[in-house]
Design a protein around this ligand. Sequence first.
Ligand code: FES
Length: 121
Amino acid sequence: MYSEKTIKHFKEPKNAGEMQNPDGVGEEGNFKCGDAMKIFIKVENNIITKITFLTYGCIAAIASTDMLCEIAKGKTLEEAENISAKEIADELGKLPQLKFHCSIMGQKALKRAIEDYRNKK
Ligand code: FES
């Protein structure tokens, strides 16, 4: 059902955890399952320098958000906003279709974190 890479990102996420003094925070809930996601970002010169997440989500949510963080690090805010679900799934190997709604929770939270950062500026 899941690729080895997905299992690895689920078991050993590099970007899980709360961030102290983030520049932006975004939250997203998943109406299908009731789970939740929170993303924290640090931004310097329009570049995401640090990104972490907290979630009550499942394997797909944790692995895909950890991969999202890996992809988003070092990107401009505009590039990070445009990271697609396909890009994340391609990097992970594959994700079951029925878990698609879990895999986009991180992206939505990231967009809100970027919005939060822009509103604070
Ligand atoms: S089942 Fe809730 S995030 Fe996947």
